[in-house]
Ligand binder design. Structure first.
Ligand code: PLP
Length: 385
């Protein structure tokens, strides 16, 4: 992309990566790209120490208690599958919400279809928020898991996890959160919020490459393994280790991904989470105000009052969202995501099914110019109707 183009699809994946992230990960992989925790030679020992350092860093980033409870996975979907399948004992009831991404909805639906669980999905309000009291009211005597997305990938709303965590803790029910859209945008206090397990992805606001993510768990939570294989330790045993992280990690780790994620965290720390958040909220507010003022444009959610990540969905007069996406790309050089955003129930409830909406999502390199370019293009498109 050149300067006349704008990438506004950071909620799908961030692009481009900061050059230092790419440079650092490639240099480290060139120097130390062996299998960590397997060989006894110096480079393997160094690689293992590096991986442990990244686990520690992630544990402190999410304010988790123990770094051995940081399990690497391929992405948030993979981590959510690990947690949901590993926690969903036969016969339990699960509480989740209509805000979820398919990475939660599909595992739950599958487990219900095979007769293993039942589940209840709690509604959200017109601004995209779930009421913790509705979670409390949905609990049943056999509820064994609450799973909720921290920030909506359609509306940007950030859920009150602390309040939901208190309810779960009072009832002894594990709380799993999906931070795919929040990690890197807002602070996450896993322990203070009583979160039992947290799934994250490396390629969005953590600024790493695709193919890396993970599951972070509280020390008292057991998650049954659902994949089995080599761990480099206890090789004499045919059983998967009981201890973490090897209990949930089988096979050679994605070293390039872990290096890139670490370099992404360096960059997030360099720009500063609070400073980045202020900048993103200023841009989101500008986008929200300007789009809301255009006749014929409907903006869903994203009332910029600090409880949002920089994601805004809208529709433009009677333009089909897919057409709007194609026109924004082809005529204006603006990349956005049109459609259902893998969150079909959100669109059902917004009344935007089956076509969905146009989602504009901001990231580390978004400028006022990008925002104004998108606003002008959308105003033009609306005026042409
Ligand atoms: C809310 C939410 N959860 C989960 C995911 C899945 O993330 P990944 O594609 O990294 O598995 C996404 C990705 O768009 C998301 O927005």
């Amino acid at each position: 992309m050149d300067e006349s183009q704008s990438y506004l699809d950071h909620a799908a994946t961030t692009f481009p990566r900061p050059p230092e992230v790419l440079d650092t990960m490639l240099a480290q992989f060139a120097a130390m790209g062996c299998s960590p925790g397997r060989g006894g030679y110096d480079m393997a020992v160094e690689a293992e120490a590096f991986v442990q350092g990244v686990r520690q860093r992630l544990a402190s980033f999410f304010e988790a208690v123990r770094s051995d409870r940081v399990v690497f996975a391929a992405n948030a979907t993979d981590a959510l599958n690990l947690a949901i399948f590993g926690l969903a004992r036969p016969g339990i009831h699960v509480v989740s919400t209509r805000l979820e991404h398919n990475s939660v909805l599909r595992p739950l639906y599958h487990l219900q279809q095979i007769g293993r669980i039942e589940y209840t999905l709690v509604d959200f309000d017109s601004r995209g928020f779930v009421d913790p009291d509705d979670i409390a009211a949905s609990l049943q005597p056999n509820t064994g898991l609450v799973v909720i997305n921290h920030a909506s990938n359609v509306l940007g709303s950030v859920q009150p996890i602390g309040a939901i965590g208190r309810i779960c803790a009072q009832n002894g029910i594990p709380l799993l959160i999906d931070t795919a859209q929040s990690a890197g945008h807002v602070p996450i206090h896993m322990t203070a919020w009583n979160v039992s397990a947290l799934a994250f992805t490396g390629h969005k606001a953590l600024l790493g490459p695709t193919g890396i993510g993970g599951l972070v768990t509280a020390p008292d939570v057991d998650i049954a393994p659902t994949r089995f294989g080599g761990t480099g330790v206890d090789s004499h045993s045919l059983s998967q280790p009981r201890f973490f992280p090897q209990r949930l990690e089988a096979g050679t780790l994605n070293m390039l991904g872990i290096m890139g994620l670490n370099a992404g965290l360096d960059y997030v720390e360099k720009i500063g989470l609070p400073e980045n958040r202020d900048r993103e909220m200023r841009l989101l507010s500008r986008l929200h105000q300007k789009l809301s003022a255009i006749e014929g444009v409907t903006v869903y959610g994203s009332f910029p009052d600090g409880r949002y990540v920089p994601v805004l969905s809208c529709n433009i007069a009677d333009v089909h969202p897919q057409d709007a996406g194609t026109i924004l790309d082809g005529d204006y050089g603006i990349a956005v995501r049109a459609g259902l955003h893998c969150a079909p129930l959100v669109h059902e409830d917004l009344g935007t099914s089956p076509h969905g909406a146009v989602r504009i999502s901001l990231g580390w390199n978004t400028t006022e110019t990008d925002i104004d370019r998108a606003v002008t293009a959308i105003a033009d498109m609306g005026a042409a109707r």
